[in-house]
Design a protein. Structure first.
Length: 146
């Protein structure tokens, strides 16, 4: 009788361990991380910082909660924002510098895109490329961790 109770207890513990390991999952096999960023009425992003793992697939939804058009762009590297903004105003060749590009969207609209986070850890700038918007504060940080 004691052997049967021990066997039942061991099987029960194994089942619990199996269920707990199945619930924890492996993040590499789950769907992409999803984030929502909003451009606000006062020319800020909310949130203004996002953290992701290097090389991770990310789904980003951009909501324009402001009263004018806004965009959201993530730089490919730790490039100087001022330099990129000068290039954007002069040449409109900004897309070569970007890891993600969400073009101008109307107030009240949203757009969702999936992209792969940069492979190198570091801080990457996201910003609105419309003239004057980044200078007014429409800038954020994508922190990429190893």
């Amino acid at each position: 009788m004691r052997i049967k109770q021990t066997f039942t207890a061991v099987v029960g513990l194994l089942l619990i361990a199996l269920l707990l390991s199945a619930c924890s999952g492996d993040s590499s096999s789950e769907s992409p991380n999803s984030f929502t960023v909003a451009a606000t009425e006062d020319f800020t992003y909310s949130p203004d910082t996002i953290s992701v793992a290097a090389g991770q697939e990310v789904t980003l939804t951009f909501n324009n909660e402001g009263s004018v058009e806004h965009s959201l762009n993530i730089l490919n590297s730790e490039e100087e924002l001022e330099h990129v903004l000068e290039e954007a105003h002069e040449e409109e060749e900004l897309h070569e510098e970007l890891a993600l590009e969400i073009h101008e969207i109307e107030p009240g609209a949203s757009e969702t895109k999936t992209f792969t986070a940069p492979a190198e850890a570091g801080d990457y700038i996201f910003f609105c490329s419309l003239p004057g918007h980044a200078e007014e504060g429409l800038v954020g940080t994508l922190t990429v961790t190893p």
